[in-house]
Design a protein around this ligand. Structure first.
Ligand code: GLN
Length: 194
């Protein structure tokens, strides 16, 4: 069975996720409107800028519908800015009150831009639970996870903090597998939908 996976296409590295999902065997499409959100089995929230994305979610009247679908069990995957948006609590959110925009897909507290200015961006090969060899992780002004709820699995860590987590069918990574040629993380997500 082919699963239809949307990529939230308000801002960010949408194209890379569309390509990765297609290569991982999903039918991938962009989501900008409510009707498009309604048509997908699962959603990817890309990397980009979480402040801009959350503003646009509100402008496009997608914030509440998306939150409702997540509460209803829609599977999702967020990378970097997408991880930030999927949290229940955001630290260093940048704009006061923006925590209210958290989509609450995973019971976790995420710190935005956590790796600090000196190491804004870096790459590291890290073990990833369920994958047979290390993943080459690209971190770009990445968040890390500071707290996870009981039902959240930690799949990978860097600098002593979780950087890949899963709760049920909602997955999040601080890094960007979509910018490498390695499709194993996307395949893990797509396979979990079948
Ligand atoms: N620092 C960005 C934010 O706060 C995330 C960076 C990224 O997605 N590469 O949204």
């Amino acid at each position: 069975m082919t699963v239809r996976v949307g990529v939230l296409a308000l801002q960010g590295d949408t194209r890379e996720h569309l390509a990765a999902l297609t290569e991982a065997g999903a039918q991938a499409c962009t989501v900008r409107r409510l009707a498009e959100l309604d048509s997908v089995d699962a959603l990817v929230i890309p990397g980009g800028e979480s402040t801009v994305m959350s503003h646009l979610l509100r402008e496009f009247e997608l914030l509440e519908p998306l939150r409702a679908r997540l509460a209803d069990g829609m599977p999702a995957y967020g990378s970097c800015a997408g991880m930030i948006l999927l949290a229940t609590e955001i630290l260093d959110a940048g704009v006061p009150g923006r925590e209210a925009l958290a989509l609450r897909g995973i019971d976790m507290t995420v710190r935005r831009n956590a790796f600090g200015r000196q190491v804004d961006s870096f790459e590291e090969s890290i073990p990833f639970a369920g994958l047979d060899s290390d993943v080459h992780a690209v971190f770009i002004r990445a968040p890390w996870v500071e707290r996870v709820g009981e039902s959240v699995e930690v799949l990978a860590t860097a600098a002593g903090h979780p950087v890949a987590v899963r709760q049920g069918k909602v997955l999040a990574t601080s890094f960007h597998p979509e910018v490498t040629g390695d499709r194993r993380v996307h395949r893990m997500f797509v396979d979990s939908l079948r």
